[in-house]
Design a protein around this ligand. Structure first.
Ligand code: SF4
Length: 487
């Protein structure tokens, strides 16, 4: 669906002397190993879900005489694993934007280091992606990053640990230039792939003010001013552009910010609601969110400012009870969120939840195919169990069934049709229906189903629905489009 941004950023990080890299996104098609020759450098980016496949490719590429380099979130967390199982000559941890050129030079000189610390580079060093290398007609949405890092510390999230808690904003001109590149190619829907589009809340500012911390206050005000400047510049671009981002709920208390988002063409945002009770929020270290009626009001205020909400909810928190499922569904409907996702609490590597789970549940569980559960991503796909944080009163199957039922009810034809009133005209409503069904198909069954037959059936349906949906997202290319000169 969305352009894999990192591939095109690393293409930009490749010095001209090496030529244009061959890019392969395995969500579209598998790498043809015949294209790998001795002396090539094969960079493989992995996350936990595709690490095993990445290691297989690494070994095969090395057998063909290539230099093998791993990067990405998973390799950052487990660099030794990539060396041992993926036959990596080198692993880059952290940001690759700057480190990649050094890796290539060292491989060329046949002296790659085992480990490169890419670290957390400053926002001004983020590179513009090479969108000129995009294959035509393969993706629905473009992706541009405007800020990396998130100041929060939610227990289920690894972003603040890998990308850091200090927001690193990109130069506005560089963001605008990328958006122009994408629009020239016919992309009008663009995901602002930020960890948190709203890195400074009004509460942060009030706190710094109350503490008399002038330096901090100035820093926060500068970040906030930069966000407004970015949105002012996005507003100068063609009006048919539609942006979508991720944001914390605190932004709902900041009408000035929401209005600027709308004016910039940002039409919606994923909002991490997670839980509808104070106990649930405490479970995930997200007490800055609201609950009850205040939560409904905040979610509605996005809509009042012209922004659609994709609400993200987690089930299986220690304080959840059977009644939580219906209460969450009822709240999501009452708060008029346009889309919603309901996920089961899963211990992802790099998170606080994972560490706790690894030291307790995983340690006590028997291995599968000789592999400890704490390294479940190394278990062959056909045998790999889904792992969940154990719950004090409900079993995983009960949580899974109840979660599935919430998806089914939220995305029932009747409910989707009722929600489709949020877009004008019959065509718009039909498009809304298609997109809702596609979203549910992609994330409900494939995301939480445990049996592989159901997952592949669901993936086939998602692929079928995706074809007509893709046409809804593209627009006529604007090859002549220039970066506005009046900003
Ligand atoms: S879940 Fe969102 S708000 Fe929480 S740490 Fe991750 S990115 Fe930040």
């Amino acid at each position: 669906m969305i352009t894999p941004r990192w591939l095109y950023v690393l293409a930009a990080a490749t010095p001209v002397e090496f030529g244009d890299p061959l890019l392969c996104d395995e969500t579209l098609e598998q790498l043809d190993l015949e294209t790998v020759a001795a002396g090539d450098v094969v960079g493989i980016g992995i996350h936990t879900g595709n690490a095993l496949r990445g290691y297989e490719l690494g070994r095969k590429a090395r057998e063909r005489g290539a230099w093998v380099v791993f990067g990405g979130i998973h390799a950052t967390l487990y660099p030794d694993e990539a060396r041992q199982l993926g036959a990596a000559h080198a692993v880059v941890s952290g940001d690759g934007d700057v480190a990649w050129a050094r890796v290539l030079a060292d491989c060329k000189a046949a002296v790659p280091l085992a480990h490169y610390q890419g670290g957390r580079i400053a926002g001004g060093e983020f590179l513009e992606a090479r969108w000129d290398l995009l294959p035509p007609g393969r993706y629905m949405w473009g992706s541009v990053q405007t800020v990396r890092g998130c100041p929060k510390h939610c227990s289920f999230c690894s972003v603040w640990r890998t990308d850091g808690q200090q927001p690193r904003a990109r130069a506005v001109a560089s963001v605008v230039s990328e958006v122009v590149q994408l629009r020239r190619r016919g992309y009008r829907f663009i995901a602002l792939a930020d960890d948190n589009f709203y890195p400074v809340s009004l509460t942060d500012l009030r706190l710094a003010e109350r503490q008399g911390n002038t330096a901090r206050l100035q820093e926060l005000r500068a970040i906030r001013a930069e966000r407004f400047e970015l949105m002012r510049c996005l507003a100068l671009l063609p009006r048919d552009l539609v942006f979508f981002t991720q944001i914390t709920m605190e932004s709902a208390e900041d009408p000035e910010f929401l209005d600027a988002m709308r004016a910039a063409g940002i039409r919606g945002a994923l909002v991490g609601v997670e839980a509808v009770t104070p106990e649930g929020l405490k479970d995930v270290y997200k007490e800055f969110n609201a609950t009850g009626e205040a939560l409904v009001e905040r979610l509605r205020s996005f809509r009042e400012h012209g922004l659609h909400v994709l609400g993200s909810f987690i089930f299986g928190l220690p304080s959840d009870r059977p009644a939580t499922f219906a209460a969450t569904l009822e709240l999501a409907q009452r708060a008029e969120v346009t889309f919603a996702q309901f996920v089961m609490l899963t211990p992802f590597p790099g998170t606080v939840d994972f560490k706790r789970w690894e030291e307790t549940t995983a340690r006590a569980a028997p291995p599968v195919a000789g592999i400890p559960i704490a390294r479940h991503w190394l278990i062959p796909q056909a045998l790999r169990p889904k792992v969940y944080v154990p719950h004090p009163v409900m079993g995983a199957e009960e949580i899974r069934e109840r979660t599935q039922a919430v998806w089914d009810r939220f995305y029932s034809m009747k409910a989707v049709w009722r929600r489709s009133r949020c877009v004008p005209g019959w065509r718009g409503r039909l498009a809304f229906l298609f997109i809702s069904k596609l979203y549910r198909q992609m994330y409900a069954n494939t995301g939480i189903a445990t049996d592989s037959a159901r997952v592949s059936r669901s993936a086939r349906w998602a692929a079928l629905l995706a074809r007509p949906c893709r046409r809804l997202f593209t627009a006529a290319p604007m090859p002549e489009l220039q970066v506005p000169d009046n900003y």
